[in-house]
Design a protein around this ligand. Structure first.
Ligand code: FAD
Length: 387
């Protein structure tokens, strides 16, 4: 058995690490304090992403992406995921399904998105359709000339700043016709009703949106009527690998900080790491990370070797579940090792503590991952996970 990074992979690690340390870490505290960064700093980050060749790592070189393997994409997410305030989101990864666009859509949306000249948001969730994404009620009806969309959305991350929103609605209100429309959020009829505040201060909101007689041409459909879920299947695989990877990045950073603190901080006349209670926490954190990274890179390598998409879907649920839960345990222990200093906002561990919590919720909660894993075991047998 052979398992090691190639020279190309190590080059990706080095670039992603340097970008994170030089172009993301310096903005963390300002972003957290103001929930925004000035445009000049956003521009500087964007220039850094291009300079380090880390834009659109998931798309083909022909459309302006990097064409990275799944393992390399995981490497980038692991490194950039160490930055707090979702600064990893500044290292843009345009939705994979845009590659299913027409030539016109690829020119108008995908290529500029890969270059960082066009920002995207992707919205499925509705008040009555969260874990149960099949419960979407927003509908698009063709009036002879164009589609007219009505409904309600929530958690539309970044839609308030986006140039285009990939909006998942049902044509004719028929759940058998889930469809993605490419929508300009500045259009009349796309109404940002409310921007609730969230525990993570990333400079991007997660708005609630009313869709009121939003008019879009038939050419705004991505991939065809009824293709909504089919198009997002690949994206779920990619997004869940990314979550597992950045969860591991957060965990590694938290452990490194806690480990250093435990050696330096003295109580009762000796470094706190000399107390077995503390050292055991460090040992558990290291073990969680070793387990999480092992399964993450194994599954990423299997995907790169051509793993069947349906099998990949089942496996990435396990890595999303384990890595996000493990990272939560690690960051929680790191904060404990810091004691009161772990609760100070200037400590990255405090910010990681708020950030890592979300990884167990979005792109399918931990419970939904277990539903998927359970279903896969019933359908394909235990070997998918135990073999
Ligand atoms: C910060 C943030 C950003 C987001 N960004 C986006 C975005 O950009 N686009 C988008 O479309 N969505 C986005 N979401 C939505 C996200 O995907 C949903 O929050 C998530 O899928 C859970 O849905 P819900 O919040 O409605 O919870 P619910 O579905 O109401 O679930 C509540 C609880 O019930 C449990 N539960 C539900 N069903 C089952 C079941 N069958 N078995 C066991 N337990 C179950 C859940 O695990 C959870 O613990 C975002 C969410 C957050 C918090």
């Amino acid at each position: 058995m052979q398992f090691e990074f190639s020279r190309d992979d190590r080059d990706v690690v080095a670039r992603a690490k340097e970008l994170t340390e030089k172009h993301l870490y310096p903005y963390e505290e300002e972003l957290d304090a103001n929930d925004a960064l000035p445009a000049s700093k956003e521009d500087a980050i964007r220039a850094g992403v291009i300079a380090y060749r880390l834009n659109a790592v998931n798309h083909a070189v022909e459309v302006g992406g990097q064409g990275y393997s799944m393992a390399q994409q995981a490497i980038v997410s692991e490194e950039t995921g160490k930055a707090t305030g979702a600064l990893w989101g500044r290292v843009w990864v345009p939705p994979l399904c845009l590659r299913a666009g027409t030539l016109q859509q690829i020119e108008t949306y995908l290529k500029p998105a890969c270059e960082g000249k066009l920002s995207t948001a992707f919205n499925i969730t509705e008040p009555e359709a969260g874990s149960d994404a099949g419960g979407v009620r927003s509908k698009a009806v063709f009036d002879g000339n164009q589609y007219v969309i009505n409904g309600e959305k929530c958690f539309a991350s970044g839609a308030e700043h986006a140039d285009v929103v990939l909006l998942h609605v049902n044509v004719d209100g028929d759940p058998k016709k889930p469809t993605i429309f490419l929508v300009d959020p500045k259009s009349e009829g796309f109404i940002i009703r409310r921007l609730p505040r969230f525990m993570q201060r990333s400079g991007h909101g997660h708005p609630e949106v009313d869709l009121k007689n939003l008019k879009v041409p038939a050419t705004a459909i991505l991939g065809g009527v009824g293709q909504g879920f089919e198009l997002t299947k690949d994206w779920f695989v990619e997004a869940r690998v990314a979550i597992a990877a950045r969860s591991m990045g957060m965990a590694v950073r938290a452990l490194e900080l806690a480990n250093a603190h435990a050696s330096k901080r003295k109580q009762f006349g000796r470094p706190i790491r000399d107390f077995q209670a503390v050292e055991f926490m460090i040992a558990e954190m290291a073990t969680d990370i070793m387990a999480g990274k092992s399964m993450l890179y194994r599954v990423a390598a299997e995907i790169d070797a051509g793993l069947d998409r349906r099998v990949a879907h089942g496996k990435v649920s396990a890595i999303k579940l384990f890595c996000s839960e493990a990272a939560w345990r690690v960051v929680d222990k790191a904060l404990q090792i810091f004691g009161g200093r772990g609760a100070m906002c200037e400590n990255p561990v405090e910010r990681l503590y708020r950030d890592v919590r979300l990884e167990r919720i979005w792109e399918g909660t931990s419970e939904i991952q277990k539903v998927i894993i359970g279903g896969q075991i019933r359908k394909r047998g235990l070997g998918l996970y135990t073999g």
